[in-house]
Design a protein. Structure first.
Ligand code: ARG
Length: 718
């Protein structure tokens, strides 16, 4: 009897433990709790050197990159490295900005870009850079407004109201932006106050052959040889406050910037990363996992069709390559991720891990507060009731809505239908002018022949593989009028639609007619796809309150079970810190991976038959002449990349890897495929963070680009 009780205890306290060594995207204001462990791992500073509201500290050098309109959905991270607002991020983070400035004449994607003086820096409209002012646990204030008798809807409304009140108060008489973020599935709440800068200029980027070296084949893989960095600068109004681009603006004077360490790394060295991880799902149940795996599989299959076409099209012309570069990168990154994640989830039996946690939870819940008893059945029913729609929604989104572009673009112009019906000439004209502007952005990165191929292939693929029950209505037209010939349909759409080219679109906007819009094939497809997508999404949301309630109680229960331990909430685009060490790993039997790579590997991987492995002649010359400056390791090698066991995810890209003294040693840019399940279950022995070594970056800026101005601007510690 005693033995059994003991055994049960050990199950509860060992198996359900959701946090293990090195796992954790920690909240900066609570670092005191991690301090002892950080010191053990080699950290030489104090928590106040990382986060303090009273003095300049490391958090003041960390930049969350966002878009105007949704500045808190940080797509990447940057770090300030000079007293004049110069910051570093990844090449793949700056990619769309570099692409926007690229033309066939000035191909910065291909050739790189270096501003040798500040007046050459290039502004990027719509890009925001947030820096954290302060954060605070406001759970008590929020929870005081909630009670168990509330429905989920009432609960959400109460949370929204009090969150707004708290944020408004924090912003009063400041130029700050604040919001309350929800943690642990709505069981805890934190206020974040940021200053958001709006003038962010491109300063430097290596050619893609270096910044994106390895392309898709190397993406999500170690060993890696990518110089994944680009450089930007934040500008402010003359008084230091945030302002949109203006010639009068001045470089930001930051409260803190990171010195750059050229001292290098040794295995076991302390390493911490601060940044903005986007989302993880570590508390997901087996039911949710099943849904994720199905969506992953379909996403991978559908995107494979698109990627095949895009690769051929981009190889056929420089113009198309530039036009589709960002779209391709977005599509292919999570295409490969989806595939690798399913592979890792299967090989690591993550489903089994989740089921074990659930059965332990059930045993615990039976003996505790009855409110936890139904958590898992609420979740099971919640996912069960939407199971049949998951596939349909993925097809509608991936293949029809975001596969080709014209139907959705046409749909975005559908407001014109109402205006034409109302016959209000002034309003028609005003909207037509607005649409012209939207069109000039859209058509800049669009080629009609490429679109025709993608549209035909993806519509046909969806038609042949998705459940007929969920077809959008316009498929019936293709069946009847075009006898299921998707090539013919796509050809007709591209030759007849007013949206097919910018010329046709602008000509149409000069004299728009209702009839032409209503009969337009792209418009018909767009409206039909959106209609179906909304219908399916609505059906999937029918039971969502119960599902959310189940998940909230489940996570609350796990917090109770693990009381006394420091747990870490899922990533949600708020600033976090992860600490660990430089560490090698063994991906599979008989294979040990070294913890760093060198320039020699860049040369070894060169493949003149592949666009992903081109080595610029100048880099080869520098390699041959060993013209390395003082950026080598003790063996005289240029270290390109290295790995650490930090816990990061998408959004962390560009984050600083910081040593025990608070100096910059690397830029985090990727994770390894063997642990692609990491967003769902952290794998201590396998999960690695892939980083660019700052010495490779300095070597490129100095020796390859000759941008001494940028070298001189940074504080480099030798
Ligand atoms: N997988 C990386 C991330 O999501 C992006 C790497 C970009 N490089 C590339 N070769 N596609 O942060």
């Amino acid at each position: 009897m005693k033995k059994t009780a003991l055994l049960l205890c050990s199950i509860f306290f060992l198996n359900i433990s959701v946090s293990i060594a090195d796992e954790g995207m920690w909240l900066l204001s609570l670092l005191g709790k991690n301090y002892e462990e950080m010191k053990q791992k080699g950290f030489k500073l104090t928590p106040e050197d990382v986060y303090s509201v009273n003095k300049g500290c490391i958090k003041d050098a960390i930049v969350g990159l966002g878009n105007e309109g949704r500045p808190f959905r940080h797509f990447c991270t940057g770090e300030i490295v000079s007293g004049e607002g110069l910051f570093l991020t990844n090449h793949h983070c700056g990619f769309s900005m570099i692409q926007t400035h690229s033309t066939v004449e000035h191909d910065y994607l291909q050739d790189g870009f270096w501003a040798l003086a500040k007046d050459q820096e290039l502004p990027n409209e719509g890009i925001t850079a947030s820096i954290l002012i302060s954060m605070e646990d406001v759970s008590a204030q929020v929870l005081a407004k909630l009670n168990d008798a509330m429905s989920e809807k009432e609960r959400d409304e109460a949370i929204e109201a009090i969150s707004k009140e708290i944020a408004d108060k924090a912003m009063e008489n400041t130029h700050y932006t604040a919001y309350v973020a929800d943690m642990f599935n709505s069981n805890q709440f934190f206020l974040f106050v940021y200053v958001i800068y709006k003038d962010v200029r491109l300063v430097g980027a290596p050619p893609s052959s270096m910044g994106k070296y390895g392309g898709d084949p190397d993406n999500w893989m170690w060993p890696r040889h990518t110089a994944d960095f680009s450089m930007f600068r934040i500008y402010t109004a003359p008084d230091g406050s945030p302002a949109s681009f203006s010639k009068e603006n001045i470089p930001l004077k930051p409260k803190h910037f990171l010195p750059v360490s050229a001292k290098g790394i040794q295995e076991g060295d302390f390493a911490m990363i601060l940044g903005f991880p986007g989302s993880t799902n570590r508390f997901i149940t087996s039911y949710g996992l099943e849904e994720t795996m199905l969506a992953n599989k379909l996403r991978y299959d559908i995107r494979s069709v698109k990627i095949d076409i895009l690769r051929k099209e981009m190889a056929s012309s420089q113009k198309i390559r530039i036009q589709y570069a960002t779209k391709y990168a977005h599509c292919s990154n999570y295409w490969k991720y989806s595939f690798e994640q399913n592979k890792a989830l299967k090989s690591l039996n993550t489903m089994g891990v989740k089921k074990q946690i659930e059965s332990d939870f059930t045993a615990w819940a039976a003996k505790n507060d009855p409110k936890y008893k139904d958590a898992l059945s609420l979740i099971e029913n919640g996912y069960g009731s939407r199971q049949e729609y998951v596939g349909a929604r993925t097809y509608l989104y991936e293949a029809l809505l975001t596969g080709p572009e014209l139907p959705y673009f046409a749909y975005q112009c559908s407001g014109l239908i109402g205006k034409l019906e109302s016959k209000n000439q002034e309003e028609i004209k005003a909207l037509a002018e607005k649409l012209k502007v939207a069109g000039s952005e859209f058509y800049k990165d669009y080629n009609p022949q490429t679109e025709q191929k993608i549209l035909a292939a993806l519509f046909e693929y969806a038609y042949n593989t998705m459940d007929k029950k969920f077809y959008p209505d316009f498929f019936a037209t293709i069946e009847k009028k075009y006898k299921g010939d998707f090539q013919k349909y796509a050809q007709e759409l591209l030759s007849k639609s007013v949206f097919a080219t910018e010329e046709k679109f602008n000509a149409f906007l000069e004299k728009p007619t209702l009839k032409a819009l209503q009969n337009d094939l792209a418009m018909q497809a767009g409206i039909s796809i959106i209609g179906k997508y909304r219908e399916i999404s609505g059906l999937m949301r029918e039971n969502i309150d119960n599902l959310y309630k189940g998940e909230r109680l489940f996570v609350d229960g796990l917090l109770q079970i693990n009381k006394g331990k420091v747990l870490c909430p899922d990533a949600n685009s708020t600033i976090r810190l992860t600490y660990g060490n430089v560490r090698q790993y063994a991906p599979r039997d008989g294979v040990d991976y070294h913890f760093y790579t060198t320039l020699k590997g860049v040369m070894e991987k060169e493949d003149t038959t592949s666009t992903d492995f081109i080595v610029p002649q100048k880099l080869k010359d520098l390699y041959q002449q060993k013209d390395y400056g003082n950026y080598t390791n003790e063996k005289g090698e240029i270290v390109t990349c290295f790995i650490t066991n930090n816990d990061i995810t998408g959004g962390n890209s560009g984050s600083p890897v910081i040593n025990a003294e608070g100096h910059l040693i690397g830029l985090a840019f990727d994770g390894n495929s063997e642990a692609m399940s990491g967003d769902i279950d952290f794998e201590e022995n396998l999960q690695r963070c892939i980083n660019l070594d700052v010495r490779y970056m300095l070597f490129i800026i100095d020796k390859y680009a000759g941008a001494k101005n940028l070298i001189n601007e940074m504080t480099i510690v030798h």
